[in-house]
Design a protein around this ligand. Structure first.
Ligand SMILES: Cc1cc2nc3c(=O)[nH]c(=O)nc-3n(C[C@H](O)[C@H](O)[C@H](O)COP(=O)(O)OP(=O)(O)OC[C@H]3O[C@@H](n4cnc5c(N)ncnc54)[C@H](O)[C@@H]3O)c2cc1C
Length: 516
């Protein structure tokens, strides 16, 4: 028996290598993008040091709205703790917002996904502007002139915060503003109006109910023109250095994601340029949304891994009733089940990311992103709750970091399409692009392919869940550890920790316990 502390408290999990300890991730990266191993590993090592503390500080010192200066002039700024800026700088310098655009080569999206999976473990909030900046470029490419102008700035490895004209900056960030009070999922209900002023330029007037990372340099915004809902690029600072009429009304008091700011904004004749075709705004911005949906999957998987690290570490150092928790059969069952979920989510993330590397996989990507977003993000909150309980009372205390994960997890299931909306989107894909379902089914092991695909609306969640589980089972058979795949197929479908006897719990837990 290892009794490491007389008080029976585990040592803090710091100074560890987040990458090397994450075997499913390291194995997946080696398969798809071995050229990126060194840099992903370097980030994994770096994240185990000071960034853990930056994450805590950024979460505990949330951003503050500064609507006016001391003389009463509108400034519409948000002030962040220095720890937030440190996290952002690390992410941007490592190209988490741009790697595949800067280095379009085989496995580039997988390499970036691996970097994101690591960074989001430390603090998920800062992934929001990173993800939106990454995702904006594919949408912006609908208007090549705009893309050409903005691409060098959006893909720069310099983090250059502060509101200044884009051409005076070494790098910029981009957000998005679609959701209005009257509708988030149903953006057709948008009432923000865009008035043409000539030359592809417009003035936007309206209110947006959720606009995250409002200190970004530009936003893709949906607004109505006579032709219908259209997409616009709206900079915060105008080319002449004056501020655009983009007013921050208040910041949301959120359940989690507290390091990041999410604002309500008012546009009062704000200057913007059309992106893509007028009246085809949803089609234009969906390019951005699909990439951020991928990042929702990565976010949930990253937080599962962070939770597994903490739970397995605690159990390996805490004694109850005379032996380590990690050696007690029922705790092993719970931990193993949590590890299986994490491995399945990691493999899912990497497979979906890989589909973004190959143009020929567009039909698969279309449906698989939605299926993975639905399932992996839905599994997050229950996973966090169970991992938290593994730490007992300590898990309920902020300092453990588990409450932060627990509060963050529901978010990725809500934004970029909530559960029902995503499930219905899968049905839409099946109806309108049947080749996407064919591509997805072809990916599954034959014995896991559903005999019938019921596309009645009330059954949408059931269908998507069954497709997602078949997909994860296939991936685990192909790439997971044998004992993990065996456990996956033996799950009861109830709460965690109900795996049957005969599963090699210890081997599964050992595979996932962080090494230090
Ligand atoms: C922290 C945070 C940050 C955000 N940041 C941004 C941002 O930066 N930019 C931005 O544009 N938006 C942002 N959002 C908004 C987010 O994308 C929306 O909240 C989300 O899309 C859901 O829209 P809604 O809130 O209007 O809910 P609704 O659309 O009203 O949906 C409510 C519920 O009804 C369900 N539902 C909807 N339609 C159907 C249907 N046909 N059948 C069955 N069920 C249905 C949904 O799944 C959901 O569960 C943010 C949200 C949060 C929480």
């Amino acid at each position: 028996m290892r009794l490491l502390s007389p008080e029976n408290q585990p040592p803090p999990l710091t100074g560890h290598d987040l990458y090397a300890g994450n075997r499913p991730l390291a194995e997946g990266l080696r398969r798809a993008a071995p050229w990126a191993e060194e840099r992903v590993h370097a980030l994994g090592v770096a994240l185990g040091g000071d960034p853990l503390e930056w994450g805590r500080l950024a979460n505990e010192n949330p951003p503050v709205l500064r609507s006016h200066d001391r003389f009463g002039n509108r400034i519409d700024e948000v002030e962040f703790h220095p720890a937030w800026h440190s996290l952002m700088r690390l992410a941007i310098e490592n190209g988490l917002h741009a790697l595949p655009w800067r280095e379009p080569r085989d496995g580039a999206h997988v390499a970036r996904a691996a970097l994101m999976l690591l960074a989001m473990q430390v603090e998920a909030g800062h992934a929001c502007p990173v993800s939106m900046t990454f995702s904006a470029l594919p949408a912006l490419r609908a208007t090549p002139d705009l893309a050409e102008e903005w691409e060098p700035l959006l893909t720069s490895l310099e983090y250059d915060p502060g509101l200044r004209p884009p051409h005076d900056k070494a790098g910029v960030l981009c957000g998005m503003a679609m959701t209005e009070k009257q509708g988030g999922s149903d953006v057709r209900a948008n009432t923000t109006v865009a008035r043409p002023i000539g030359g592809g330029e417009f003035e936007l007037t309206g209110h947006k109910w959720f606009c995250s990372a409002p200190m970004c340099d530009a936003f893709l915004v949906l607004a109505q023109t006579p032709e219908g809902l259209s997409c616009f690029l709206l900079p915060r600072v105008l080319p002449d250095g004056t501020r655009n009429a983009f007013h921050l009304m208040r910041l949301k008091d959120k359940l989690g994601n507290r390091s990041n700011a999410s604002a309500e904004i008012e546009l009062v004749g704000a200057w913007a340029r059309l992106v893509g075709e007028e009246g085809r705004g949803v089609r234009t911005i969906i390019e951005m949304v699909n990439h951020t949906r991928l990042d929702c999957v990565l976010g949930s998987a990253a937080l599962m891994r962070a939770a597994v690290e903490q739970a397995t570490w605690h159990a390996a150092h805490r004694v109850a009733f005379g032996s380590l928790l990690s050696e007690q059969p029922l705790m092993q069952n719970v931990l193993a089940d949590l590890c299986v979920e994490s491995e399945a989510a990691t493999l899912t993330s990497l497979r979906i990311a890989a589909a973004y590397d190959e143009p020929g996989q567009a039909p698969f990507r279309r449906i698989a992103t939605a299926i993975a977003k639905y399932w992996v993000c839905k599994r997050g909150p229950a996973h966090a709750a169970e991992a938290l309980e593994c730490l007992g009372g300590n898990g309920y205390v902020e300092e453990s970091g588990l409450p932060r994960i627990y509060r963050e997890q529901p978010l990725s299931s809500i934004w970029e399409g909530s559960g029902n909306v995503i499930a219905l989107d899968v049905l839409r894909a099946i109806r309108r692009e049947p080749e996407s379902l064919e591509a997805f089914l072809a990916e599954l092991d034959p014995d896991l392919r559903p005999a019938v695909v019921d596309i009645e609306e009330p059954g949408a969640r059931r269908l998507v869940e069954s497709l997602a589980v078949a997909f994860q089972g296939t991936l685990l058979r192909r790439h997971g550890a044998a004992e993990v795949a065996e456990a996956f197929f033996a799950r009861s479908g109830g709460v965690y920790g109900t795996l049957p006897r005969g599963i090699d719990f210890a081997a599964i837990v050992d595979r996932h316990t962080p090494a230090r």
